[in-house]
Design a binder for this molecule. Structure first.
Ligand code: ADP
Length: 308
């Protein structure tokens, strides 16, 4: 009987070890599978525009006699190469945020969120203009910047005009000397990365919205958190896709996404950046009505929480 007890004790321990071993094996397998899928996806994504470029180049040379055709196909070649460039840039960005083992202490700085959001909006202004979409910024309970479509209609599109209008985001476009009209809200992180995260969301909001709608970006301090909401009146995201859109290369409608220059990487990058800053990101959406993406970041320690 004693032997039996020993056996049980030993085999119990071994079972446990074996279970841990199996868990490790399956974790490793999962990781390997994800890595393989990723490489397959990257190859596929790179091959598509590369293949198109070589086909189009052949077509151009066949159509050399026809200037209109040459113009048309050259335009498409530029578009496809822009796509390639964007893809490579996004892959590098993703690689960077995925490999960071936490931000180096030196990169962790106080970040004034409204300031960063304003810059992100300014950098999306040209794209929004082109899509005839109005960008609005709200800080706390105030509207601090509206880029109106009426302004677009009268604009002559010069750089000076554009600078004047985007300067309007801080409430005083004319002399550019006014201090921002909003209170600071400080989190801790890498300002450039947080700007990229917001830019990706605004870029998507513009991409997936019809002309003539508006995109609102609000920044609010709620207790110990700063919330950035990007709200659009666009096509929306089906419920079953909402949990998957943060995966690398996942797109609800690959054809539409490609057409609008999408890579399927933007939200994956954004999520990594937000997590790096100790925050979370979530989405609310109803197809046909629009989407709201919310980034929640903890207020930097030492900042007061008086805006509760
Ligand atoms: P993409 O480059 O394709 O836009 P993202 O990773 O940024 O890649 O987004 C993944 C997918 O999520 C998009 O292809 C699109 O289907 C969906 N999506 C993201 N943002 C929005 C939005 N604001 N409105 C509707 N669909 C969106």
């Amino acid at each position: 009987p004693d032997d039996d007890v020993d056996d049980i004790a030993v085999s119990g321990g071994a079972d446990e070890l074996y279970a841990v071993f199996l868990e490790n094996v399956s974790e490793r397998r999962n990781f390997e599978r994800m890595r393989r899928d990723f490489v397959t996806n990257v190859s596929h994504e790179l091959k598509t525009p590369a293949g198109a470029i070589s086909l189009l180049a052949e077509t151009v040379s066949d159509a050399a006699e026809d200037p209109d055709a040459v113009r048309y196909f050259s335009g498409r070649i530029s578009k496809e190469s822009e796509r390639l460039t964007e893809l490579v840039q996004k892959l590098i960005a993703l690689q960077k945020v995925q490999n960071d083992e936490g931000l180096a202490a030196a990169d962790r700085r106080p970040v004034d969120v409204p300031q960063v959001v304003r810059e992100a909006l300014d950098e999306n202004a040209v794209q929004a203009d082109a899509a005839n979409i109005e960008l609005r910024m709200y800080v706390g309970d105030d509207t601090v910047g509206v880029q109106t479509n009426e302004a677009n209609d009268t604009a002559d599109g010069t750089e000076a005009d554009r600078a004047g209008r985007s300067g309007g985001m801080d409430g005083d476009a004319a002399d550019g000397t006014a201090e921002p009209a909003y209170e600071p809200m400080i989190v801790e992180g890498d300002a450039d990365a947080i700007k990229t995260a917001v830019k990706n969301l605004v870029e998507n909001a513009v991409h997936y919205s019809p002309k003539g709608t508006h995109v609102g970006v609000s920044v609010k301090q709620e207790g110990g958190f700063v919330r950035i909401r990007v709200i659009d009146q666009g096509i929306g995201i089906p419920v079953e896709a909402q949990s998957r859109i943060f995966e690398r290369f996942y797109r609800v409608d690959p054809a539409r996404s490609r057409e609008t220059g999408g890579t399927g990487l933007g939200l994956a990058i954004t999520k990594h950046i937000v997590q790096e800053a100790g925050g979370t990101i979530d989405v609310w959406s109803r197809p046909g009505e629009g989407s709201t993406f919310t980034i929640t970041l903890p207020v930097a320690s030492g900042e007061n929480h008086s805006n509760d």
